[in-house]
Ligand binder design. Structure first.
Ligand code: FRU
Length: 521
């Protein structure tokens, strides 16, 4: 694989060609990380939704596999599309779909029926109906069989929500240890609710409860994801986390899609959000990522308890169809290890790169330190186009000599007319990414913007981890309680970098830069 086209991510998953959106089924089984995703086999635009497939042993190097679920009737007459869902290994063969002791991998997905029709199962569906179906694989995910005898296994929305049959989607299924059964969470997208279901065999499902609306309710609610984690430094306490996507209705300052989460408890039937995870008036939210380009986040099934790794689609429905890349379109985020930390008396989701993520572990680093970085700019050696930065510096309250903001300028042209700034504003106490002059911003009116995330901390130092690839910037700030993901499309020769201290000096600055190798060669 060459993967050297302009803007081609070097250490983020992309398909060799064509459109992708949501990760649809993250499953670890027998030493292999499977990544299924929304895929159009025909072109770099949304359509013919199928499940693409890639595998990895280390979440760094990916091997694109044959399409797992090809839209039914493709290409002439698509009668069923395979929308977002999830996948599990049915190790106890509860489904009975395993034969000769082979563990069936089971995918649960939304069947989107473009036209009314009778199905092999004898069920009838209406035009544009969304229902939940399953498929299984007996060869480690290489080939899949849709379970046509019964599909769809959740035919209609729960009682009371019959009218929502066109907006009922994205099942996230997982094994619930305490009650020894399968749980699936689905979205009732237009009414800002999630519906929770249970099953003993992945085939027959009972409706259990609903959740929502709470906090951010712009646009639709979709792509739920749910998992349990221990609370750091208090490992006797375990909490459940509910994640969901909004489109549009993302974080303040963004336009288009975004991702929020709730901390709470799940008793096997009902998810109840903690009081301090819900805000009155739908004004605020717990944003999983404050940038514009992080959506449909979902976590791996099949990992040991407490090991939660998420991947999200690194794009935004606002302009996903227009980003200036070809012959593929869209990438996934780096794999993020999640944990829960109590910060200012609040249980908070914290993100770090997945603990064994090879791109970071193997690379060479260069270190620099300054007692004081004076006002203005400080030149740095060019870090290239794919690298990781660790930048930390002393926190301070505003005074005459100290900076109001401190940033690193990256992917800059030699005259710094083009640059992306990643930094911290000491006055507003916010992390920011400014992509207003980041390169090609012409394809969408809202793209040239500055994004910010609150990091109101009394910590003595501000820490920023910045992952830069050929067309993206992912920032993890503090101990990872703030994430901010943005796409950028800089000129190929824009590889300069410098530090910028605004209106005063910044003290005790440490900078580590690691080049990140291509994961494709
Ligand atoms: C979210 C989404 C899902 C749907 C899928 C279709 O990005 O709209 O709700 O299942 O994309 O591709």
């Amino acid at each position: 694989l060459e993967y050297t086209e302009p803007f081609r991510p070097q250490y983020h998953f992309t398909p060799s060609k064509n459109w992708i959106n949501d990760p649809s089924g993250l499953l670890y089984h027998d030493g292999i990380y499977h990544l299924f995703f929304q895929y159009n086999p025909a072109s770099a635009e949304w359509g013919n939704m199928s499940w693409g497939h890639a595998t990895s042993k280390d979440l760094t190097h990916w091997d694109e596999r044959p399409v797992a679920l090809l839209a039914r009737g493709y290409p002439e007459n698509v009668t069923e599309m395979y929308f977002t869902g999830s996948a599990v290994a049915d190790v106890n063969n509860t489904s009975g779909l395993g034969v000769d002791g082979k563990v069936p991998l089971v995918a649960m997905y939304t069947s989107m029926y473009p036209m009314a029709q009778g199905l092999p199962s004898g069920k009838h569906v209406r035009e544009e109906q969304q229902s939940q179906s399953i498929a299984y694989s007996l060869d480690e995910g290489e080939t899949w069989t849709t379970y046509d005898a019964e599909n769809p296994v959740i035919h209609n929305p729960p009682a009371g929500y019959e009218a929502e049959y066109k907006n009922f989607r994205d099942p996230f299924v997982f094994w619930h240890q305490d009650t020894q059964r399968w749980i699936a969470v689905t979205a009732l997208a237009s009414v800002h609710k999630l519906a929770i279901w249970s099953s003993d065999n992945l085939k027959e499902w009972s409706f259990l409860s609903e959740f929502g609306p709470y906090n951010a309710v712009g646009g639709v609610w979709e792509c739920p994801n749910m998992f349990q984690l221990p609370v750091e430094d208090d490992s006797a306490t375990k909490k459940w986390v509910m994640v969901l996507g909004l489109n549009p209705g993302g974080p303040p300052g963004t336009v288009g899609s975004g991702t929020q989460y709730f901390i709470g408890d799940f008793d096997g039937t009902t998810f109840k959000a903690d009081e301090n995870s819900v805000y009155p008036g739908n004004q605020t939210s717990n944003w999983l990522d404050w940038g514009p380009d992080f959506y449909a986040a979902t976590s791996y099934n099949g990992l040991p308890e407490g090991d939660v790794v998420q991947i999200a689609w690194m794009n935004n429905w606002q302009y996903a169809a227009k980003v200036p890349v070809e012959p593929w379109r869209s990438a996934m985020t780096i794999p993020r290890q999640l944990s829960l930390k109590t910060i200012d008396e609040k249980i908070t989701l914290v993100q770090q790169p997945q603990k064994n993520w090879r791109s970071v572990a193997d690379s060479q680093s260069s270190n620099q330190a300054w007692d004081t970085v004076s006002e203005g700019s400080t030149d740095l050696e060019s870090p290239g186009k794919a690298f990781k930065i660790d930048l930390s510096f002393e926190n301070h309250d505003s005074d005459d000599t100290r900076a109001s903001a401190f940033a690193i300028s990256i992917r800059a042209s030699s005259d710094f007319e083009q640059e992306t700034l990643v930094g911290y504003n000491f006055t507003s106490k916010e992390v920011f990414v400014d992509r207003q002059r980041s390169g090609d911003v012409s394809f969408d009116d809202t793209f040239a913007s500055l994004y910010h995330a609150p990091l109101d901390t009394s910590d003595e130092r501000i820490n920023l981890q910045v992952f830069v690839d050929w067309s993206s910037v992912e920032v993890l700030a503090g101990s990872g309680e703030v994430a901010l993901t943005t796409l950028i499309f800089p000129d190929e020769e824009a590889t300069e970098a410098r530090l910028v201290s605004v209106d005063g000096e910044t003290r005790d600055v440490k900078l580590e830069i690691r080049e990140l190798d291509s994961a494709w060669h």
